[in-house]
Design a protein around this ligand. Structure first.
Ligand SMILES: Cc1cc2nc3c(=O)[nH]c(=O)nc-3n(C[C@H](O)[C@H](O)[C@H](O)COP(=O)(O)OP(=O)(O)OC[C@H]3O[C@@H](n4cnc5c(N)ncnc54)[C@H](O)[C@@H]3O)c2cc1C
Length: 300
């Protein structure tokens, strides 16, 4: 349980990815044992767009110097810093330079004035997570957006399951998990089949005329047979303030182990992209062998 999977990078924009392998039961039912997290979208920032705005001030203020900063920052970090500097018109030579961005952001986090961290948004594609994890994740509303796989609109062909770390680590519980998901998979298919048959026999229990509508009504009924271990992939977008809050709440010893592994993965991909947003956080090993993230400023 202590090994952390390595980070990979996407082909086009080198965005960090933590893939999760898909395993199969002897009966061919697919399942995963850890979250897969891929950064799908990040901010793009071009401060030269401020040229016209800065040119409109008294030349003696030398606001144009803002565009000549020799230190390049990751786009998200630059966005938060520029947003913060907009508050005090800090564009002249005496402003905080990009080279001091770490201290600048640290001061923001320490003082709890985190609203500038709401500008950079990061979208993640997430899979290998269970329906019980997503039920907890979507409770985080402020600054977050979710698009989750619909169990009503997709058929059993994309059905996969997620094994909890506790089951994966115990041969007996692992074997039970394998049997449980094979059984759940079978029950789902059998129930869907029975519902279609009843419809074909004119028993009309689903009152659906269109083929797509019927499929949706069969699937929404058959999914009652699925356990919490059904996979629920999703795209999640959040701003850095909200992601930091999720990491603080969920990469925490009090959080459920599955969502904790997910929050640790989020911390790893986001901190590899824009490390200055996470300088107060530290990956650590918990007494149970899992990883947690210690956070100095949990509520910014
Ligand atoms: C270990 C653990 C155990 C939990 N157990 C349970 C449980 O047994 N039952 C249960 O129902 N839930 C439980 N939860 C969920 C928890 O109560 C929160 O709903 C969830 O963590 C979302 O966090 P949040 O409230 O900070 O919301 P977010 O949406 O993440 O909001 C971030 C912050 O924005 C502010 N905010 C957001 N919305 C509002 C608002 N409407 N009004 C004012 N301020 C707002 C708050 O300061 C909030 O902390 C648990 C969570 C954890 C981490």
């Amino acid at each position: 349980m202590t090994d952390l999977p390595p980070l990979y990078y996407s082909q086009r924009h080198s965005l960090p990815v933590l893939p999760a392998p898909v395993l199969h039961t002897p009966g061919g039912v697919p399942y995963l044992q850890r979250p897969g997290v891929a950064v799908l979208a990040v901010p793009t920032v071009d401060v030269t767009a401020l040229q016209g705005f800065l040119d409109g001030f008294d030349p003696e203020l030398h606001f144009g110097a803002y565009l000549d900063d020799p230190t390049l920052l990751p786009d998200g970090t630059q966005l938060a810093k520029t947003a913060g500097q907009a508050c005090y018109a800090s564009y002249g030579p005496k402003r905080t330079q990009n080279a001091e961005a770490e201290r600048y952001l640290h001061d923001i986090m320490e003082s709890g004035h985190g609203s500038v961290l709401e500008h950079p948004n990061y979208s993640l594609h997430v899979y290998g997570v269970s329906r019980s994890l997503t039920h907890e994740l979507v409770r985080h509303r402020a600054g977050m957006a979710y698009s989750q796989l619909s169990q009503r609109y997709v058929s059993g062909r994309v059905l996969r399951f997620v094994e909890r770390p506790e089951f994966a680590a115990d041969p007996e519980l692992h074997e039970e998990f394998i049997q449980d998901i094979e059984h759940a998979n079978r029950r789902y298919e059998q129930t869907a089949q029975k519902l279609y048959e009843r419809q074909a026999q004119g028993m009309g229990i689903l009152s659906a005329k269109e083929k797509t509508d019927l499929r949706k009504k069969v699937q929404q009924t058959a999914r009652a047979k699925l356990p919490n271990e059904a996979e629920a992939s999703l795209v999640v977008t959040g701003n850095v303030r909200a992601w930091r809050h999720i990491i603080a709440m969920r990469a925490n010893p009090h959080a459920d182990t599955e969502i904790r592994a997910f929050a640790v993965a989020v911390y790893r991909v986001l901190s590899s992209l824009d490390p200055l947003f996470f300088t107060d956080m530290e990956l650590a090993l918990h007494t149970d062998g899992t990883h947690i993230v210690n956070v100095a400023y949990p509520k910014v």
